[in-house]
Design a protein around this ligand. Structure first.
Ligand code: PLP
Length: 358
């Protein structure tokens, strides 16, 4: 329709992973957890089902208190949102003027270009390195006087690579503190390398750092849409004021509090996924694949022609996420699902004539 801004004509589409109706097919296309709702969360949700005629707590005080104590920050450093994608849109909308540049790595999360366009900004995409990692040096160099924000995604969706604390600290020191650095840590629970980002520690020194977290991944709550940001108080205050009023539902707030309390089960689930990811990664390396070192709940196969892989996966009863021209992302699931990933990769390796590592 012509009443929409013409710069939104070519908005890239967010392609959701196919759900499908065949119960034999396992969906490994959306990085969802292979476990249901946390039992402790389920019990708490039931308590609220009879009073949904009432609006949620607009300031999400209980939830923010819980996040603050969990993260060791002040409650005024926490801003909540209807999923972290909503927070990304809000932040970019609040910092970007027409023509403002948003620097981010590419390929990265497909929500970024949509949010940038919506905010009237221009994407400055800095290619990932050969290893699928952020090229922080090139990203720092891509900053101009038009730059309105930088987005870092660690672990990066879809390559799975994670920044180290040393890298992040160095980057923040190098970047002009007037430019917000948005750090998307949706997959932080799955990181197992030996210099993990301790982003919260860096908030004191860097007033331009905005940390994004979500309940959609390790907390197994993607269906409820809950996310939050951590930042210096004045920044978080602004994020709260531009946030959607009542953005996090009553159920979302209650679930978040309960999920944060269930540290042990969340850890057990994350440990399972991380161990399975490493099992799959090792099997892929043995088959001869060179894939980026994943610290997330998915693995990435770089390839220009994705159809053969998708077809072989379908025959092994898994759906994967293809990014045309770039590669295929496969989420880590149950043991059975992951065996199917390995079976798919084994057949695909034969298809392209890959030689096994001995
Ligand atoms: C899944 C994901 C999110 C989570 O988004 P929600 O809106 O909170 O579900 C955020 N960032 C990245 C990079 C993701 O892959």
């Amino acid at each position: 329709m012509s009443f929409f801004r013409s710069d939104l004509d070519n908005l890239p589409a967010y392609v959701a992973g196919k759900a499908g109706s065949d119960p034999n097919i396992i969906k490994l296309a959306s990085n969802e957890m292979p476990f249901g709702t946390l039992p402790t969360v389920k019990a708490v949700l039931e308590e609220h089902l009879g009073t949904l005629n009432v609006y949620p707590d607009m300031m999400a005080v209980r939830m923010r208190e819980e996040i603050a104590s969990h993260q060791g920050v002040n409650i005024d450093q926490v801003a909540t949102s209807n999923g972290s994608v909503n927070m990304i849109e809000k932040i970019l909308g609040a910092v970007c003027e027409p023509g403002g540049e948003i620097v981010y790595a590419w390929r990265s999360f497909e929500s970024y270009p949509i949010a940038v366009n919506l905010a009237g900004g221009t994407s400055v995409r800095v290619p990932l390195t050969q290893a699928g990692e952020h090229d922080l040096e090139a990203m720092a160099k891509a900053v101009t006087d038009k730059t309105r924000a930088i987005i870092l995604c660690s672990p990066n969706n879809p390559t799975g690579t994670a920044l180290t604390h040393t890298q992040l600290a160095g980057f923040l020191n190098a970047v002009d503190e007037r430019i917000p650095v948005i750090l998307d840590e949706a997959y932080i629970h799955f990181v197992r390398h030996d210099d993990p980002i301790r982003s919260v520690e860096l908030l004191n020194r860097h007033g331009n750092l905005i940390i994004l977290r979500t309940f959609s991944k390790a907390y197994s709550l993607a269906g409820l849409r809950v996310g939050y940001a951590l930042a210096e108080s004045s920044v978080a205050d602004k994020l709260r004021s531009v946030g959607t009023p009542f953005g996090v539902s009553t159920l979302g707030q209650a679930a978040a509090v309960a999920a944060l309390h269930d540290v042990e089960e969340v850890m057990r689930r994350s440990d399972f996924v991380a161990a399975e990811r490493d099992r799959v990664s090792t099997a892929l390396a043995d088959l001869g694949f060179t894939i980026p070192k994943s610290e997330a709940n998915f693995v990435w196969f770089e390839m220009t022609k994705t159809e053969p892989f998708v077809e072989i996966a379908a025959r092994h009863l898994i759906t994967v996420r293809a990014f045309a021209g770039d590669g295929v992302r496969v989420s880590i699931g149950s043991v059975e699902a992951n065996d199917r990933i390995i079976a798919t990769a084994t057949e695909f390796a034969q298809h392209i004539g890959l030689t096994r590592r001995s």
